[in-house]
Design a protein around this ligand. Structure first.
Ligand SMILES: [Zn+2]
Length: 312
């Protein structure tokens, strides 16, 4: 890990409803320094302007060497948004790096949010002792970021790490948000867990929090649902371990807190190939919602020497 402790960078996290930004001196992240703004609903230029305003506010008290932006959607090597960008339609096609550099006059790096989350945990979180790790974010869907030998694996076409769409079986039981059938995400995500709960419990209003409440009170059906959900989570993680043999799998997202790690490990042991069973290492992330912002700031720090500005 090559973080330069003398350099201060800013990490920006662009979400569908809010923007968050914070400075990081080297690997030091101070949660109270986060500033937030609502994500503008208008044009991509409005979003760029709001990002600039946030960086300039941080520059009033810090000398900033570079900016890292964590964003939904696929990002190419020039920091341009390719493909669709979730719930920010105006963002598609935006030359984020070029436009920010023109206004800020400092180097900018732009990276997919799942990759940034993985990089954040790798740089200063639960993955900081490892060179190769996989981040699994269990939220409404499933996000993934793959770090191999200290580098983000972006894929040949900037679409790597879409682990939520690993296929669990070919029975055509559940449709996934991607349009295909029986993806991991359709079972192990928050949406998947809720769908499983609805098939086991007679309560049509069950949500994942009321389910966990029943589970914690010893409800037999809820206990079975959570056990089945652990099987679903283990199926995907076992495939990742069998494919990549990482030093660790780090779990983040809102559902990480619902996992019983000894129970998950038992279910993984039954699915991972014999040669890798001794090395199963699944741990909870440390950075919660800040992993993307932290990862973007750390990436800007580590990549600083290689960052060429597109606008002089
Ligand atoms: Zn899918």
């Amino acid at each position: 890990m090559l973080i330069n402790d003398d350099v201060t960078t800013v990490g920006i996290d662009l979400g569908g409803t809010k923007l968050a930004a914070a400075p990081m001196k080297g690997s030091v992240f101070v949660e109270s320094e986060i500033i937030k703004e609502a994500t503008p609903s208008g044009t991509s230029e409005d979003i760029i302007d709001t990002m600039c305003k946030m960086v300039k506010k941080i520059q009033e008290t810090h000398s900033i060497a570079a900016v890292g932006v964590s964003t939904a959607g696929m990002v190419n090597e020039k920091g341009e948004m390719i493909g669709s960008c979730g719930n920010i339609p105006s963002w598609k096609g935006t030359k984020v790096k070029k436009e920010l550099e023109a206004k800020l006059s400092i180097p900018v790096i732009v990276e997919n949010d799942a990759n940034c989350s993985a990089y954040g945990e790798y740089a200063i979180g639960s993955g900081k002792d490892f060179k190769s790790m996989i981040m699994v974010t269990l939220g409404t869907g499933i996000g993934g970021g793959i770090i191999i030998n200290d580098q983000i694996w972006r894929g040949a076409h900037f679409g790597g790490g879409e682990i939520g769409h690993l296929k669990l079986h070919s029975n055509r039981t559940r449709r996934c948000t991607c349009g295909s059938w029986d993806c991991w995400e359709a079972y192990a995500s928050g949406t998947g867990l809720n769908n499983t709960a609805r098939t086991y419990l007679a309560d049509p209003n069950i949500n994942n929090y009321s389910l966990m409440d029943k589970y914690n009170h010893g409800d037999a059906d809820a206990i079975e649902v959570i056990s089945v959900w652990h099987d679903h989570v283990a199926q995907g993680i076992a495939s990742l371990i069998n494919s990549f043999d990482p030093e660790a799998v780090v779990i983040g997202g809102g559902l990480a807190q619902f996992i019983n790690y000894p129970n998950l490990n038992k279910k993984l042991k039954a699915r991972v190939v014999d040669a890798l069973k001794p090395y199963i290492n699944v741990i909870e992330g440390k950075l919660a919602n800040n992993s993307g912002m932290v990862g973007a700031a750390c990436l800007a720090n580590v990549e600083l020497a290689n960052l060429k500005m597109q606008v002089a």
